[in-house]
Design a protein around this ligand. Structure first.
Ligand SMILES: [Zn+2]
Length: 237
């Protein structure tokens, strides 16, 4: 009798949490985590979608990633819903703004990364960090579109067109080889001895990494292969 009651209670509890997770998925609450059961019920296709930039997202971007002098029309950008495995292995909701020309590539890459259990800490819009790259990188936030110049120059970055993406930027920092500067500054523990870090299960991007392989297969270039800087987090087309 007692056991039947416990089972019934557990089933009821599960169906409640399941319903909550479905609400999170329906409203696409970025950075929230959900159960695998809820993902299955909602379907993987619904979790990986490309749309034009919705009004609510466009207002979130104003004066941040989409600055007043932005030369890229809204119509050239796309909003992506993606799912990823966070560092604890839980299914987490992500969102990306990118150029329409790489939207299908990113959707395919992130779907494969999710299905293969690749760990990404967070994928949310850089606008949540006031479009400040250093703050977003310190939060290990994966992001793409941001109308800005290349760090330390006046040249527009590929991120300004939504044609570049930074993956797990804390674990994969940007290193200026001429002066040893590391971005984010908190990424220093991940700047050297990277091969050793891989053995500690930190998702380090190198030539053996799944993320690297998928981006290269899709025709992207990797910042970790550059000579004057090592931008391990960066892929661009
Ligand atoms: Zn980058």
């Amino acid at each position: 009798m007692k056991i039947t009651f416990l089972i019934a209670f557990a089933a009821l509890f599960c169906s409640f949490t399941h319903a909550d997770d479905l609400q999170i998925l329906r409203h696409w609450m970025s950075a929230a985590t959900v159960s695998d059961e809820a993902v299955n019920a909602y379907t993987l296709d619904s979790c990986f979608q490309i749309t034009p930039i919705p009004d609510a997202i466009f207002s979130r971007m104003q004066g941040k990633s989409y600055k007043k002098n932005c030369t890229v029309p809204r119509s050239s950008l796309r909003y992506l819903r993606v799912l990823h495995r966070n560092v604890e292995g839980k299914a987490q909701l992500g969102e990306i703004v990118c150029n329409e020309s790489i939207a299908a590539d990113l959707l395919d890459i992130f779907r494969q990364l999710y299905q293969k259990g690749y760990k990404i800490e967070r994928i949310t819009l850089i606008d949540d960090y006031n479009a400040d790259d250093e703050t977003s990188m310190r939060a290990n936030n994966t992001s793409c579109f941001n109308f800005r110049v290349v760090s330390g120059t006046t040249k527009l970055s590929k991120h300004a067109q939504g044609l570049a993406i930074d993956i797990n930027p804390l674990y994969n920092p940007y290193i200026h080889l001429n002066n040893g500067k590391v971005e984010p500054t908190t990424g220093k523990p991940y700047a050297t001895n990277r091969a050793k870090l891989r053995n500690t299960k930190v998702p380090i991007i190198d030539a053996n990494d799944l993320c690297y392989k998928l981006f290269i297969q899709h025709g992207f270039k990797w910042g970790g292969a550059w000579r004057t800087v090592k931008d391990y987090q960066h892929f661009e087309k």
